[in-house]
Ligand binder design. Structure first.
Ligand SMILES: NC(=O)c1ccc[n+]([C@@H]2O[C@H](COP(=O)([O-])OP(=O)(O)OC[C@H]3O[C@@H](n4cnc5c(N)ncnc54)[C@H](OP(=O)(O)O)[C@@H]3O)[C@@H](O)[C@H]2O)c1
Length: 249
């Protein structure tokens, strides 16, 4: 099957491209460097021509800091859906985040933007699968919760149930075929994000202290991001994942 991967240069996109090749698919890699801009639609229809399915792993933050995040994400997904319909793509697989519809996130712009993307899909006639993932192991150093300099790493005290991005990628590729059913995936164990960061830094021989900070949204510390009911819990666990990471001198 020929699969177009939107956001192929990103963390999830690179893993998904690898997983798709491993599964024997032909891959079209989409990103701005490949001439596709999701904010304008430039190059999108041309790039999708000939694709049987599309996996959207993009994270289309607006360039203009004054642009509305929710509108930008909504418009991007609308553009992707229309382009898929225009060239006859059979199925769109969309990467989202677990628990985004919890009311505690009603003021949380990024999750509102992710909700808006899902709403576009729900309202469209295009066959689609939404894969909602918990935070990834790789979130241990994500600027959304971590700030760092050469002396220290400050990490918001989120309680998470992280999954390796390679597993998420495998599920995204799996979702291209078979029955079109939405899925939720998370890791097998709970951990506080600063502890995950500590474990990763230790494995990389990084001596910087990790300092716990309080999240702006207190619920993030209370487990609101843990695996929701019905989620598939997929290994590796943190210890096994850390062992797969290349130590950095
Ligand atoms: N981090 C987590 O723990 C987590 C958990 C669950 C779900 N997710 C979701 O996973 C998705 C991917 O996250 P990520 O961390 O892999 O993102 P990332 O590393 O920031 O990569 C983003 C990708 O989107 C592409 N992109 C951004 N703006 C674009 C535009 N205007 N036109 C074309 N391509 C554009 C980038 O391509 P360029 O090379 O053109 O910049 C890049 O390939 C997000 O939707 C996020 O919500 C993340």
């Amino acid at each position: 099957m020929k699969i177009a991967i939107i956001g192929a240069t990103g963390t999830a996109g690179r893993a998904t491209t690898h997983a798709a090749h491993q599964a024997g698919h032909q891959v079209i890699e989409l990103s701005r460097a490949a001439g596709v801009d999701l904010h304008t639609g430039a190059g999108l229809v041309e790039a999708l021509r000939g694709a049987d399915a599309v996996i959207d792993t993009s994270n289309p933050f607006p360039i203009n800091p004054d642009a509305d995040l929710v509108d930008t994400f909504r418009e991007t997904t609308t553009r992707v859906v229309k382009a898929c319909q225009q060239v006859g793509v059979n199925r769109l697989v969309h990467l989202s985040i677990c628990n985004i519809d919890n009311p505690v996130f009603d003021e949380f712009d990024y999750y509102l933007a992710k909700r808006a993307q899902e709403q576009v899909l729900t309202g469209s006639s295009l066959e689609h699968v939404v894969v909602r993932s918990a935070q990834w192991m790789e979130f241990a150093l994500n600027p959304g919760a971590v700030t760092q300099n050469e002396n220290e790493v400050r990490v918001e005290d989120w309680l998470v149930q992280p999954i390796a991005v390679d597993e998420v990628a495998r599920i995204l590729v799996e979702s291209v075929t078979g029955a079109a059913r939405d899925r939720q995936v998370a890791g097998p164990e709970r951990i506080r994000l600063p502890d995950l960061t500590r474990a990763l830094l230790a494995a990389c021989n990084d001596q910087r202290p990790v300092i716990d900070t309080s999240p702006g949204l207190p619920a993030l510390a209370d487990g609101v991001l843990l695996a929701p009911a019905g989620a598939e819990l997929l290994g590796p666990n943190v210890t096994a994942w850390i062992q797969t990471q290349d130590p950095v001198a």
